[in-house]
Design a protein around this ligand. Structure first.
Ligand code: ADP
Ligand code: MG
Length: 497
């Protein structure tokens, strides 16, 4: 019986089939073959470990106009590869196909909120997923609400919900919040200019930027909030309309410029222009605030002078949301929802369950509250632990498709740090073993529902206080060490995939 045996054929080439008009079948086949060779080279040159961690799920989408468009399943992988490997990938690719001049990385199936190169705005939330625009296209793509004259700089709209009042402070964001407030009150001075906020996705950067924007405008000063795509679009559009000088003039005639997601600013002319704008504003004593998903030094695509200008003010990292902060954010969101739905009640037990299950970022927390609300309004029943579990199940499953086992955590961590699983379970106290052991304990706490004593037992019969100590230690280190927090984030993704 025919069972569609070739349905899954050619994972590698899957994305190419629908590529928009890029030539004949033979040409496509050639690209698929090239891609297979590129992957083999990547594996050979980078080693099995690195390859499996980062490149196993890298796929090709299309090759066109000198750009090899590749995709990965998560934003995290995308930014990691961009930050650490993109040059390597390019040179390997070029060794197989010299016509390739650029690599474009995208996230497969990402909604318009996380496109490859043009971050969309809040207003897009909830829009259906679509393949994201890639580098070249994004530059010229019109942001959905950009139906204005070229060079218009009223900026992107500010979301009225994103204010200082609704921003919950915690250990991981206290410094960023304090700096943002000072700037909003015009107390920053040159020391804070520019203010550069960086953090992973969903940790409150955009929220803080909008909050600053609101407050500055309320004080009657002129603030412009631009996303990187709007900066690029505005510039490209005004160049086309030959009003670039108007664009620049207007941009420079303001009190505060906020540019969100600057990691996406690309293209030589636009980068130069971004640099000139920064210089002009800062030299004139106007405040600039930018946000990015990485520190200035890692903005590889930006010109060195622009990078150092960006790093020349105050650079603040916003850390991951710890459980306590997640509880506070949930509570605040629930209270906000209660204003419109007075009968909506969520017990502390449910809040704590959600805070433990939905760990990734503020966006998912918000999504979880919306689900609880939908559930409560649809069924008219109070939210219990059981209803909460089913209400957020798909959210949790989306992010955490698999129940993580302590044993898997131990195996993965062991292999990642080149120790054996029995080392992790052993009494050995050398640094090479202690750190991985603590990370494994931390991951066991955050990824499973096991209690501390249970985790202790599974780690060679240790006491629960030892586990607690490890968890605290890693939590603290995550707040201070960006590389570690990326590493741990990766381990989480790998365990949850
Ligand atoms: P980023 O720009 O860093 O990706 P956002 O600012 O868009 O993240 O935050 C994602 C969501 O999480 C938003 O709805 C935001 O309001 C919420 N959020 C994040 N951090 C906080 C916080 N500290 N307090 C309240 N809400 C937060
Ligand atoms: Mg943002």
């Amino acid at each position: 019986m025919y069972r569609g045996g070739d349905v899954s054929e050619g994972q590698n080439g899957a994305g190419l089939s629908g590529a928009d008009g890029i030539g004949s079948g033979a040409e496509r086949q050639g690209q698929v073959d090239t891609w297979a060779r590129v992957k083999r080279r990547l594996r050979a040159e980078l080693g099995e470990d690195v390859y499996t961690s980062w490149f196993a799920r890298l796929e090709i989408d299309a090759v066109a106009d000198g750009c090899a468009r590749l995709t990965v399943p998560t934003r995290f992988l995308k930014s990691w590869i961009e930050a650490h490997y993109v040059d390597r990938v390019l040179s390997i690719y070029r060794a197989e196909d010299a016509s390739v001049e650029r690599i474009g990385l995208g996230v497969r199936g990402a909604g318009p909120r996380e496109p490859a190169t043009s971050p969309a705005r809040k207003a897009d939330e909830g829009a259906p997923a679509r393949p994201e625009p890639m580098a070249a296209a994004a530059l010229l793509q019109r942001p959905a609400d950009a139906d204005r004259e070229p060079g218009d700089l009223s900026g992107a709209p500010l979301d009225t919900r994103l204010t200082f009042r609704t921003f919950v402070s915690g250990r991981s964001n206290a410094l960023a919040l304090a700096a943002a407030e000072r700037i909003a009150r015009n107390e920053g001075g040159a020391l804070y200019n520019p203010l550069y906020l960086h953090a992973g996705v969903g940790l409150g950067k955009t929220h803080l930027l909008h909050a600053i924007g609101h407050e500055v405008r309320e004080a009657g000063r002129r603030a412009i909030y631009l996303t990187a795509d709007r900066f690029m679009y505005g510039f490209v559009a005004s160049l086309k309309a030959q009003t670039a000088h108007t664009f620049k003039e207007r941009l420079r005639g303001i009190d505060l410029l906020v540019v969100d997601d600057v990691q996406f600013i690309q293209g030589r002319t636009i980068q130069q222009e971004f640099g000139h704008t920064l210089n002009a504003l800062i030299d004139a004593g106007r405040q600039v605030v930018v946000a990015a998903d990485r520190p200035p030094a890692e903005l590889e695509s930006l010109d060195e002078r622009v990078r150092s200008r960006l790093a020349g003010g105050l650079v603040v990292e916003v850390g991951a949301l710890d459980e306590q902060l997640r509880v506070s954010i949930l509570t605040t969101r629930i209270q906000a929802v209660q204003a419109a739905h007075p009968t909506f009640e969520v017990s502390p037990a449910v809040v704590s369950y959600v805070a433990r299950s939905v760990t990734a970022n503020g966006r998912d927390l918000e999504g979880a509250v919306n689900r609880l609300l939908a559930h409560a309004t649809l069924t008219g029943a109070p939210v219990t632990l059981e209803t909460a579990e089913s209400a957020i199940r798909d959210l949790v499953r989306n992010r955490e498709p698999k129940r993580v086992k302590i044993e898997d955590i131990q195996k993965l961590v062991a292999s990642r740090y080149n120790v054996s699983r029995s080392d992790i379970l052993s009494e050995r106290r050398t640094a090479a073993v202690v750190r991985p052991r603590q990370i494994a304990m931390y991951l066991s706490k955050v990824l499973t529902l096991r209690s501390l004593p249970e985790i202790g037992r599974r780690f060679g019969g240790r006491d629960h206080t030892t586990v607690l100590h490890a968890v605290r230690k890693i939590e603290k280190a995550l707040g201070e060490d960006n590389a570690l927090s990326e590493e741990v984030e990766l381990l989480k993704r790998m365990l949850q995939d």
